[in-house]
Write a protein that binds this ligand. Sequence first.
Ligand code: FAD
Ligand code: AMP
Length: 479
Amino acid sequence: MSEKYDVIVIGSGPAGYVAAIRAAQLGLKTACVEKWKNEEGKGVNGGTCLNVGCIPSKALLDSSYKYHEAKEDLGLHGISTSGVEINIPSMIARKNQIIKNLTGGIASLFKANGVTSLFGTGKLLAGKKVEVTDFDGKVTVYEAENVILASGSSPINIPPAPVDNDVIVNSTGALEFTEVPKRLGVIGAGVIGLELGSVWNRVGSKVTVLEALDSFLAIMDQQIAKETQKILTKQGLDIRTSSRVTGSKVNGKEVTVTYLDKDGKEQHETFDKLIVCVGRRPFTENLLAADSGVNLDERGFIFVNEQCETNAPGVWAIGDVVRGPMLAHKGSEEGVMVAERIAGQKSQINYDIIPNVIYTHPEVASVGKTEEQVKASGEPYNVGTFPFAASGRAMAANETHGLVKIIAHAETDRILGCHIVGPSAADLVQQVAIAMEFGSSAEDLGMMVFGHPTLSEAIHEAALAVHGHAIHIANKKKR
Ligand code: FAD
Ligand code: AMP
């Protein structure tokens, strides 16, 4: 038996590494185990988010958008461009450099905070012991007062389209294309499918998105979803809802996909690359010894309560491997909460106020309840909307697509939700999230002074519109 720690974290994604840093800040002797290897076979921290998720996808979204803008949009500003080209290997290399910088940054943060970094596969044994098998196969067993499981998630595979990492890829493969596929198929019109579809659409792929459900972005506010579908379709994404993929046949360097259309008729489409983006599942392979005492729920997530305690005392679980939205910031906040609770604090998370973003252009962002959810709950409510077409700042930037929508309780006026499709929606929605966290009413937000000209004024106006007081748009409701 070797060293004993106050806290051992298994997994160094945004949930695990944040938990480890916070625990160490609080004076707890902390180690973090990670099994991810980079191309050189060396251990790296950062998990899905830094290596194959949030950051690399945003790097490619930004590069591809700059290319698209230089090619298509700058003329409007009087800037003439010609011979604009994109070098895909350079775009990918830039993305890889960002990953390298950020993952290296976690190693530095661990060092600065005194977190011990252990590379290898961690397994929880009975009695809060953690077995670590390093990359050379050497096994060491550590003892811990507390273990935090943060093993994350992995892409879901579907039998009709088995990933071969050549013609059929998952989200990870779609971050590594070395050339632009002429015809690109995407299975699943979720967040990841739309982001990756946008990247390759902007650099020249003809993108077809096949979505099994009959409504687009079914769990989002449907007014915003409809507007988003219109905008993305105009950009060239061929989004086909009610299109369930039932089979695929790879033939050399192309794949023919079979799907059922809304009438249940078989359709076929041939692509040069196919990305399978049908969601992610919790990752618990080889994580738990049979007698670890930790239970999974019926969907394979590690079962936890609101405070992220598993049913084994002293064992916690956070991030994608537990219930709730699979979002980096949700896992990070759980990491902070758990570290602080281990240190004796009474930290909590408000699971009702977790912003959610799709980084298309324009971005789609939401926080709180959708109009459909509020309606279903029977709560009386008011809605205020404001289109970016009426925003001076949006006009100046030629970013006039989309709108801000704020939903408030009709009696208390408390803000229940905010949904945005439009420029900088990710950052705008955070302003409303902060307001909601402080229990703001729509009137409170309407009484705030917003700088001019800013995109944030669209939030101000939407809050005013809740009561029919918007200035720069004709109000539906007059007061
Ligand atoms: P992960 O990041 O999956 O990390 C888990 C880590 O645990 C991994 O490094 C894994 O190797 C390690 N591990 C697992 N088992 C063991 C073991 N037994 N021993 C040692 N190590 C182990 N979310 C957002 O909020 N915003 C976005 O913009 C966004 N974009 C995304 C884009 C893409 C393409 C993808 C795929 C995901 C995106 N996500 C985004 C989701 C986000 O990446 C995840 O929600 C987040 O990474 C989950 O964090 P986590 O720490 O729970 O798990
Ligand atoms: P998300 O969970 O947000 O990543 O979205 C995944 C999407 O993939 C969901 O909207 C699913 O309806 C969709 N999906 C799952 N299986 C299939 C399939 N066989 N064909 C088409 N779409 C699918």
